[in-house]
Every structure is written in C-alpha cells, then in structure tokens.
Ligand binder design. Structure first.
Ligand SMILES: [Zn+2]
Length: 180
C-alpha cells in the first residue's frame, strides 16, 4: 500500500490534472490568484493519516470537494475548521469569507485575473499537446474530455440538482467515455 504521504500527493497531482493547478484560478474567498487546492472537509469518504515528519494529511478523492484558495484564506479556513469542526463550519466561515473579499479591491482582482487568463491559455496549450502524446501511448481518453466532465460536475455540485441539464451531463459523459 502506498504511504500516506504519496497517496496524498498523488491525489493533489490528480486534482491539478483535472482542474489545472490552483494558480490558474481565483481564490474562492478573496478573488486574488489562488495558490492551493483547499479541501472543504465535506466528503463522506475522507481519508487521513500521518505523513512525513508526522504531519497530519487529510484528503478526499473527490475533486468536487476542493476549492482554489490563496494561502491566507486557506489558513483561515483551516483555523475555522479546527475551532468548530464540520458542524457549524459553514456559519463560522461566512463572515471570514466576506471580510477576505472586502479586504481586496476590485481593481486588484481584475488585474490578477488578466494575468491568470494569459498564463492559463499557455498552460492549456502545453498540457493538451503533452496529453496527445500520452493518449496515444496509453490508449486512454484525452484528459481534456475528462476535465470538461469534471468542470460540469463541479458546477452541478456547487449549484445543486437544478444547476445543470441532463442533456449537458450526457454530452459530457459521451465526450469523456468516448461512448457513441
Ligand atoms: Zn484568498
């Protein structure tokens, strides 16, 4: 069995593959450029264990349970979790999230978004070129299709059952599985 440390890091690399690294997204709280994928502590299949140097690693192998966050907001989220636990976490973080957003100007958010979009376009082109090579080698579906499905699922998850139409889900599934 893989060690806790490698299971944790493999999973984080997987999120980067599916949703791109956090640095290509806005922080879910303050809107500045994110740095880390933050686990929302809301999965029923959470995993945890002690990794290298006795650091407690907690993760869930469901990328819908993650949001991009900057280091500062991520730290505040984890502090709130340690204070109140899973119950009441939503209430505890609401005012912290609001304060984090209010502390940043719209101008700064826009400026960071422009930089992010330019670098994201370059990164996507690179990843897709790389993926074409991998796809032919391992005979699997391109990550591009899997990523599109993932984005749809994430959106549906965030918006609830009415967030997305069954047709859209089916189209995404077909793109992913190649089932025609
Ligand atoms: Zn932030």
């Amino acid at each position: 069995m893989a060690s806790v440390e490698s299971a944790y890091h493999n999973w984080h690399r997987r999120i980067d593959d599916l949703r791109l690294p956090a640095k290509y997204h806005a922080c879910a709280w303050c809107g500045l450029t994110a740095e880390q994928w933050s686990y929302l502590r809301n999965s029923d299949s959470e995993q945890s264990g002690y990794g290298r140097n006795g650091v407690l690693r907690v993760w869930a192998e469901d990328s819908r349970c993650y949001v991009p966050q900057c280091r500062s907001c991520h730290r505040k989220f984890d502090q709130a979790y340690r204070r109140v636990g899973r119950e009441g976490l939503a209430d505890a973080v609401a005012p912290i999230r609001e304060a984090a957003y209010a502390a940043v100007s719209d101008e700064r958010r826009v400026a960071e978004r422009k930089i992010r979009e330019a670098s994201k376009a370059v990164a996507l082109r690179f990843l897709e070129a790389q993926d074409k090579g991998l796809g032919s080698r391992y005979g699997r579906q391109p990550i591009e299709a899997e990523r599109a499905t993932q984005e749809l699922l994430t959106r549906a998850y965030a918006q609830g059952p009415s967030g997305i139409s069954p047709e859209d889900m089916r189209a995404a599934w077909i793109r992913w599985s190649g089932d025609r």
